[in-house]
Design a protein around this ligand. Structure first.
Ligand code: MLT
Length: 407
């Protein structure tokens, strides 16, 4: 008899954003005349930078010529892109990352979800709460947790983010092996200082742990005092893996391109204590299960680092940050405590009421979709996340409608 992976039965109903999409579409069906404004899932609305479009057109033409046509590319990504990433995102900022430590992929979501495969199934995993659900759900699927009880999975060490700690969790009070961190944070928009991040790196070094650092939103950092990469921290190369994405940075959510940096000195251990480089393991996994991203898309990603591309990409994050500032200002004026929205496209709002009830109220009374904080974990209860990814005029309209509904 064929049997299922029963870990899937431990998962909570559907994936958060699918659940929200279902509720929104049911509401839209019942209210077809209502124009809903979506500030829920963090999906970009601005067109791709012209430099990326031009590069894609040129690459498409190359694919139409027998002399320049390309079939399968290298699984890890083309050298031209790996070199551009290593140079522009790291080396020019004084950070030691080599091209062969960069693995190009079709999304940080996939990489954050897949990376756990290279670790043992009986390790102890520390996951923040609130959290991007992918980190947690993929560990549930892999069997690293027990059952879901009272809002939490048995076996996970939860790192609580609260108003008291500014949504930057304390170090775990027990030994853990694998740690997920995300800054600027999804969902809270919180940022971490270099000193705070150093404490995590020191913890990982002292405990032979590995940090999975999701930096998908680094392009929104405007405060130079904040780290854009965990590799700015001394010693991090031995204990950290970093995920980045062109999705939010350059508007690639629809065309897909991201990358993961696995330094060659970052290691984990066999049960006999043998030290194994994770770069080799991830390379093995990547070459077996992935055929990289299409050539035109990799050329588009390379164009992000051209001088025109850099300006156009900066204009995109500036645009969404202007939305974020407006959202934060308006929600604060309505009397809500907010964090995020300054070096992040997400605003985390203390709604002082049940998250899903607040979500429903904003949907029904204002026609605005947000994300209920409780969907990101127990510590998210009472909060909502508002995304700045939309057109400025729609964000203005959404804020007016929320004001009208709540005042
Ligand atoms: C979010 O809204 O949290 C993100 O868009 C999800 C994602 O990037 O997968």
């Amino acid at each position: 008899m064929i049997r299922i992976n029963e870990n899937y039965k431990k998962l909570q109903s559907s994936y958060l954003f699918s659940d929200i999409a279902k509720r929104v579409s049911a509401f839209q069906k019942e209210n077809p005349e209502k124009k809903i404004i979506k500030l829920g899932i963090g999906d970009v609305t601005r067109p791709l930078p012209q430099a990326c479009i031009d590069a894609m057109h040129m690459a498409a033409d190359e694919m139409n010529d027998i002399k320049t046509f390309r079939g399968y590319g290298p699984e890890q990504g083309y050298d031209f892109l790996r070199e551009a990433i290593a140079k522009n995102d790291y080396q020019l900022n004084g950070i030691d990352v080599a091209p062969d430590e960069v693995f190009v992929s079709d999304g940080a979501k996939c990489d954050c979800g897949n990376i756990q495969e290279i670790f043992a199934s009986d390790i102890t995993v520390a996951i923040p709460d609130p959290v991007y659900p992918v980190y947690l759900d993929t560990n549930v699927m892999a069997g690293r947790t027990g059952f879901y009880k009272e809002g939490r999975y048995e076996g996970i060490v939860y790192l609580d983010g609260t108003a008291e700690n500014g949504f930057v969790p304390e170090l775990p009070n027990k030994k853990v092996d694998l740690i997920y961190l995300c800054f600027p944070n999804n969902p809270t928009g919180a940022t971490i200082s270099r000193d705070e991040l150093k404490r995590w790196v020191d913890y990982a070094r002292a405990n032979r742990a590995v940090i999975l650092y999701d930096a998908a939103y680094e392009a929104f950092i405007r405060d130079d005092a904040l780290p854009k990469s965990i590799f700015e921290i001394e010693g991090a190369r031995d204990v950290a893996i970093e995920f980045r994405s062109f999705s939010k940075t350059a508007g690639f959510t629809g065309i897909r391109c991201a990358f993961t940096v696995v330094p060659k000195s970052c290691c984990a251990y066999t049960s006999d204590g043998e030290k194994v480089a994770l770069n080799g393991l991830w390379n093995r996994r990547h070459t077996t299960k992935f055929n990289s991203v299409s050539y035109p898309v990799q050329r588009a990603a390379e164009a992000v680092y051209s001088s025109e591309g850099k300006k156009q990409v900066r204009a995109l994050s500036d645009y969404y940050l202007k939305n974020a500032a407006l959202i934060r200002k308006e929600m604060a004026a309505l009397g809500f405590d907010c964090i995020g929205g300054e070096n992040s496209p997400y605003i985390w709002v203390n709604g002082k009421t049940d998250s899903w009830a607040f979500f429903d109220r904003l949907l029904k009374e204002a026609g605005v979709v947000v994300t209920p904080g409780a969907g990101f974990g127990k510590c998210g209860q009472g909060y909502i996340r508002i995304s700045a990814f939309n057109n400025y005029e729609d964000v203005q309209k959404a804020m007016e409608r929320i004001k009208e509904a709540l005042e």
